[in-house]
Ligand binder design. Structure first.
Ligand SMILES: Nc1ncnc2c1ncn2[C@@H]1O[C@H](COP(=O)(O)OP(=O)(O)OP(=O)(O)O)[C@@H](O)[C@H]1O
Ligand SMILES: [Mg+2]
Length: 314
């Protein structure tokens, strides 16, 4: 079983207009509404692959019922802690200019010390049944930067393996828990290491350095590179992954999908190098979907043969 932790989930609203006019009335041509949040995305892709997964974190207010509806539809078990405040809604407005959308991101509900305590108990209880616990995404107000670190230690004590997908100080703090698996993208990896990663060789070295930072051995450090694929260092060496060549619609959630694909494949008994192939296919499948939508099983399986993983130096 996979447990995912999303502390600040959201409802994503995407409004499509012809031309975006500030300080004026805009007519909406089409709108999309979806549940968002890194852990939640990972659970959804994992469930698409027919894996058993439960999602936890904080949910509150009227917006939470929409997220619960999506989880039910997609066979993600609901382990969320209910909080006083309201789960956030993020708005994006996209026009036909081809420019990136204008986005409005809310901060999310303020978490009380009692609610934080309730989550720690919940993670401990659910982690006891999980092979992997996946932590991802931003933190709501009231939650400390070391939140994933604290929760990861609880999960590990219950015998689970840990994967962290975060950025900046939250990722740096989490690394102290020596996660079993990390998957920053290139800029995130660069920020943690304090250097820019431009060339292939620089990214390869970075994946080796991150692997050492989390304790080496059988741990897995993947750096994802969007259309360029990914680089991974694990117990059996360093590998370069080439992603299927797709025409992307929106890559939001590609990284979360990659984690789901890899965890699912490892759960089927595959070693990390084969799991990376599934990760590349799952990331590319999500890149093929619009907005915050995620890839489905049939597309992942169709793209799988086009994802190539080679050991470095071969
Ligand atoms: N344009 C693309 N074409 C093909 N594959 C892609 C593309 N974008 C992403 N992918 C696949 O998805 C994987 C993860 O993507 P990416 O590096 O963009 O993650 P990310 O930045 O963490 O994304 P997010 O945080 O939005 O989920 C890539 O390694 C690749 O396999
Ligand atoms: Mg990411």
């Amino acid at each position: 079983m996979l447990l995912t932790v999303t502390l600040n989930p959201c409802v994503d609203y995407l409004l499509r207009v012809e031309t975006m006019a500030a300080n004026d009335t805009n007519r909406v041509k089409r709108q999309e509404k979806d549940a968002g949040g890194k852990g939640l995305n990972t659970s959804r892709v994992y469930a698409h692959l027919r894996g058993v997964t439960i999602a936890t974190g904080f949910l509150g207010g009227a917006t939470s019922s929409f997220i619960r509806h999506v989880m039910k539809e997609e066979n993600v078990l609901d382990g969320f802690v209910y909080v006083e405040g309201e789960t956030r809604t993020n708005f994006s407005v996209e026009d036909e200019s081809g420019n990136p959308p204008t986005t409005f991101n809310q901060r999310g509900p303020t978490i009380s010390p009692g609610e934080w305590l309730a989550l720690k108990e919940k993670v401990g209880m659910l982690a006891a049944k999980a092979e992997w616990v996946s932590f991802g995404g931003s933190l709501p107000p009231g939650v400390e930067t070391n939140a994933f670190y604290e929760l990861a230690l609880i999960a590990r004590e219950k015998g689970s393996k840990i994967v962290v997908d975060a950025d900046g100080a939250v990722l740096s703090e989490s690394l102290k828990a020596m996660p079993d698996f990390i998957k920053p993208n290139t800029p995130e990896a660069g920020r943690v290491l304090g250097r820019e990663l431009k060339t292939d060789d620089e990214v390869i070295q970075a994946s080796r350095d991150l692997h050492t930072m989390i304790g080496g051995g059988d741990r897995i450090a993947v750096i994802s590179r969007g259309a360029k694929g990914a680089v991974m260092t694990c117990g059996t060496g360093t590998y370069v992954g080439i992603s299927p060549n797709v025409k992307p619609l929106s890559t939001i959630g590609s990284g979360d999908s990659m984690i789901a694909g890899m965890l699912w494949a490892m759960g089927q008994g595959n070693p990390p190098a084969e799991a990376l192939q599934w990760g590349l296919a799952a990331g590319a499948a999500t890149a093929l979907t619009d907005g915050s939508a995620i890839g489905d099983k049939a597309t992942i399986e169709r793209l799988l043969p086009e994802a190539v993983v080679k050991p470095v130096g071969s």
